[in-house]
Write a protein that binds this ligand. Structure first.
Ligand SMILES: [Ca+2]
Ligand SMILES: [Ca+2]
Length: 499
């Protein structure tokens, strides 16, 4: 049975414990800026995922590592060949982030991840001017979050075939590699396939980035213009090739990120291009919103990303169908909020599948956008309660973010953390979380419980519950920074009122 103890009346800063009979809680703190450190660490995790970089001790501490994965001589796989770039020819596509526990780079997953970080940056552009996370670019004049976003954008821009605007689906080894450090791997890397999903998600993200730069960083106008041009070219390719579904060629075995329902991807990219250009012809998928999944957000369900862009840029340009779009958003928010109210742990998640923590964090991102747009305090409370679950108020009694809380995952499915000889995992990563559907990775008997919300194992081979991934860390960053910033803002307002 779950019970709620509400001690929000305790406001005195300090370190506390709750004691009931012989049972003691972990210690916890009441203080200002309680989310700041975890927010910064979650963002810094992207630095630790950088490809084509050495991580010196100055920035990476005990997780320092050698230069690895230059990606300056990537082979064009026959599935990706074109007139100008024949099979076996070599291109350069450095930088970007390793996707997850592996060392590969996938456009579909990179796109939603990058979008999420851009959305956060443009939600709090002033606050991010002074957020430093101790990366090599911390001494320049660019906000560190934007420096980190740029690390991946620069890679994404290299994934477009300039001859036709098509976008390679991924840049990977042929196989998943053993659990060794990235500099120890000598296998060749390939760009593989072109797909409609990659073209559209690339187009949406680059169009969105172009607009965000125009609004916040006019000094980067040339980059903004290049991104918009590339976004348009990718869109045009997708319109000409509307159903190129990606599947691994016979000799490639890495992740597929196969998104085979593409109406939402067309919708998302269309909304982004409309806001970046004001050209209404991009809105042709608007009237088909009811055919898309709009109450779930992850790399294959991207309609919500288009909705968020439209809502957050509504002042820029009116368009037909906006009311319906907002109605769809309010419905999604109501459902998420209702699930939160009905849950004994006061979280909005009611199904635990692969990446349950990431799904919960994306629901929280939606709640926080609703709070920003409508100002209803209930949505912020629900978001905070969801964040509490990630940080330890859960049936497993663990903080799901590495290096935080009294107890956190030590054996994550993350090649660097496994192979680096450092006991503690690389900090700031949220693990996938409970998932009862794929227990064959280590065998059902190795999971402490098969109950959905408890089906989690802190085991390096439990990739179904204990892997880390950029698309889960991005909403973690979004949620922790947003809560911190909204709370600071609210504190200032209430101080003013008291005066
Ligand atoms: Ca900087
Ligand atoms: Ca889709």
């Amino acid at each position: 049975m779950a019970r709620t103890a509400d001690f929000s009346a305790v406001a005195e800063p300090g370190k506390y414990k709750i004691i009931v009979g012989n049972v003691e809680s972990f210690p916890f703190e009441i203080k200002d800026k309680v989310y700041e450190n975890v927010a910064k660490a979650a963002l810094k995790a992207f630095y630790y995922q950088r490809a084509s970089a050495a991580l010196p001790e100055k920035y990476a501490g005990k997780w320092a590592r050698k230069f690895a994965v230059p990606d300056t001589a990537v082979i064009v796989h026959k599935s990706a060949a074109s007139q100008g770039r024949k099979a076996g020819s070599v291109i350069s596509a450095p930088k970007g982030w390793f996707d997850a526990g592996d060392y590969n780079k996938y456009i579909v997953n990179s796109a939603i991840t990058t979008y999420t970080l851009i959305l956060l940056y443009e939600t709090f552009p002033e606050a991010f001017k002074s957020v430093k996370i101790n990366i090599p670019e911390s001494s320049n004049n660019t906000p560190d979050i934007l420096d980190e976003i740029l690390w991946n954008i620069r890679w994404m821009m290299k994934m477009q075939d300039p001859a036709d605007g098509g976008v390679y689906h991924k840049l990977t080894y042929a196989n998943f590699q053993p659990y060794v450090m990235p500099d120890e791997i000598t296998a060749p890397r390939f760009v593989v396939g072109k797909s409609t999903s990659a073209a559209l998600d690339f187009s949406a993200t680059l169009a969105h980035f172009s607009l965000a730069l125009r609004k916040n960083n006019p000094e980067l106008k040339l980059l903004s213009d290049s991104c918009l041009l590339m976004a348009k070219n990718a869109w045009n390719w997708a319109v000409k090739n509307p159903d190129v579904h990606f599947h691994n060629p016979q000799d490639i075995y890495t992740g597929e990120y196969a998104d085979n329902f593409l109406l939402d991807n067309f919708f998302w990219a269309g909304i982004e291009l409309f806001h970046a250009t004001k050209d209404k012809s991009y809105l042709r998928y608007m009237n088909r919103l009811s055919e898309m999944v709009t109450d779930s957000l992850y790399w294959a369900h991207v309609a919500m990303l288009g909705i968020l862009t439209a809502l957050n840029n509504q002042g820029d340009a009116a368009f037909e169908g906006y009311e319906n779009l907002e109605k769809v958003f309010r419905n999604a928010v109501n459902n998420i909020y209702k699930n939160y109210l009905n849950s004994p742990y006061k979280i909005s998640l009611d199904v635990f599948k692969w990446g349950s923590n990431g799904n919960l964090l994306n629901e929280t991102l939606i709640l926080l956008n609703a709070y920003k747009l409508y100002g209803k305090k209930e949505y912020l409370d629900a978001a905070i309660s969801n964040a509490d679950y990630i940080l330890g108020k859960n049936p497993v009694n663990i903080c799901y973010v590495t290096d935080f809380g009294s107890k956190f995952p030590m054996n994550i499915h993350h090649r660097i953390s496994i192979a680096d000889g450092v006991k503690e995992p690389v900090p700031g990563f949220v693990v996938g979380g409970p998932n009862p559907n794929d227990v064959s990775d280590i065998g059902a008997y190795k999971y402490p419980s098969l109950l959905p919300a408890k089906c989690y194992a802190d085991n390096e081979n439990s990739y179904s519950t204990n892997e880390v991934a950029i698309n889960w860390n991005a909403p973690l960053v979004f949620v922790m920074f947003s809560i911190e910033n909204f709370m600071q803002r609210n504190n200032k307002i209430s101080l003013k009122k008291n005066w």
